[in-house]
Ligand binder design. Structure first.
Ligand SMILES: Nc1ncnc2c1ncn2[C@@H]1O[C@H](COP(=O)(O)OP(=O)(O)OP(=O)(O)O)[C@@H](O)[C@H]1O
Ligand SMILES: [Mg+2]
Length: 345
């Protein structure tokens, strides 16, 4: 079965998880065998996706014959990565090491890498026609695509090579002259046990380099083929993230299929007439009309400046959290419907 991947990316809090689920439900209900991979969904959304059994293993949804869901867990993915790329003893040490835990759960690039690694595993499984991938909030949009390189650089980085690498005499000299005194001071402050853990962490991490580098290349190749939608709202911060996909697209990402403007105010509000409404309702209506107008102009400018397809998704009065509401979100947006009918889908 040939599998297409759709990555739903964008800045924090814009509706990536919601839209990934919505697109997944809508595709499944059109008869496409679909897996939705979500990251940290809100509780009610997780429930709708079968929270009780929702884990890193894809599960079929009850009464939804074409829909599977999986939830990413960066810690679990990194354990699997360590087991795949380090020898068993080093993997055990890494997993037990608090620095491994901190590095893999706190760094945005680690979360993105885990998500990408997991997504690629599902794409390679060839068990679904469509894999819709939600991306982690910490990543910002574009970092998802640069994470494999960031991780390779981290694991094989110059600093790490220098600290843990071979036996060049110069290195030992440098280590004694520069690092050791610093470490000695750090040791009195932090305790030597902690330093041992740090050193062990770097040494064990280093052994995973060849495996991680090879896998990162495979992941990059998959990301390069995957289709992408960038989600934003009309707010400056997520818009800046969306713009980066057109100004500084890394060579591992395709041009986005569409930019989704989520939580959009209806255009019909622009001409809303306060008529005989009393204050403060009348000025409230005028304010919302002005905001709806601002959003419309901003979208038009975005589309013409970056020559991209837009998908406008209306602001719903209730957060869409059950499967029917998610499907309605797609149906309320002609653009999303079209996107799902596009030749690639
Ligand atoms: N079109 C919409 N109308 C109304 N509410 C929405 C809409 N889209 C998303 N929401 C709500 O906005 C909130 C944020 O959505 P969501 O969690 O999907 O964003 P996210 O981009 O995944 O966030 P994060 O970056 O934190 O992962 C949720 O409460 C969600 O229900
Ligand atoms: Mg999310």
């Amino acid at each position: 079965m040939s599998t297409r991947a759709l990555l739903v990316t964008g800045g924090g809090g814009v509706g990536k998880t919601t839209l990934a689920a919505a697109l997944g439900v809508a595709a499944a209900r059109r008869g496409v065998r679909t897996l939705v991979v979500t990251v940290d969904p809100a509780k009610r959304l997780a429930d709708a996706l079968g929270a009780a059994s929702l884990g890193t293993e894809p599960q079929p949804l009850e009464d939804e014959p074409n829909l599977w869901a999986a939830m990413l867990d960066a810690s679990a993915s990194w354990e699997a990565i360590a087991r795949r790329h380090a020898d068993p003893a080093a993997a055990d040490r890494l997993i037990a090491n608090p620095f491994f835990h901190a590095a893999t759960t706190q760094f945005p690039a680690s979360q993105s890498y885990a998500a990408a690694e997991e997504a690629v595993t599902f794409i390679d499984a060839r068990a679904w026609e469509l894999v819709v991938v939600d991306t982690p909030p910490a990543a910002g949009g574009i970092e998802f695509f640069t994470a494999p390189k960031a991780i390779t650089d981290l694991v094989g980085g110059r600093l790490l090579r220098w600290m843990t690498g071979g036996n060049l005499p110069g290195r030992r000299f440098l280590f004694d002259r520069t690092a050791r005194p610093v470490l000695r001071i750090a040791g009195t402050v932090l305790g030597t046990q902690l330093l041992d853990q740090i050193a062990q962490f770097f040494m064990d991490l280093r052994t995973t380099y060849d495996g991680v580098r090879r896998r990162a290349k495979e992941i990059e190749a998959h990301l390069r083929r995957a289709h992408t939608v960038v989600v934003t709202t009309a707010d400056p911060t997520p818009l800046r993230e969306a713009v980066r996909f057109f100004r500084e697209l890394p060579d591992v990402a395709r041009r986005p299929e569409a930019v989704v403007f989520n939580r959009t105010l209806p255009e019909s509000w622009i001409d809303a007439d306060p008529g005989g409404l009393p204050e403060p309702l009348a000025s409230n209506l005028r304010r919302w009309a002005a905001e709806a107008h601002r959003q419309q102009e901003l979208r038009a400018e975005f589309a013409s400046r970056y020559d991209t397809r837009l998908a406008v998704v209306p602001w719903q009065p209730e957060p869409p959290t059950d499967l029917d509401a998610l499907e309605r979100l797609v149906k309320a947006s002609e653009d999303l419907e079209e996107l799902l009918s596009a030749p690639w889908a």
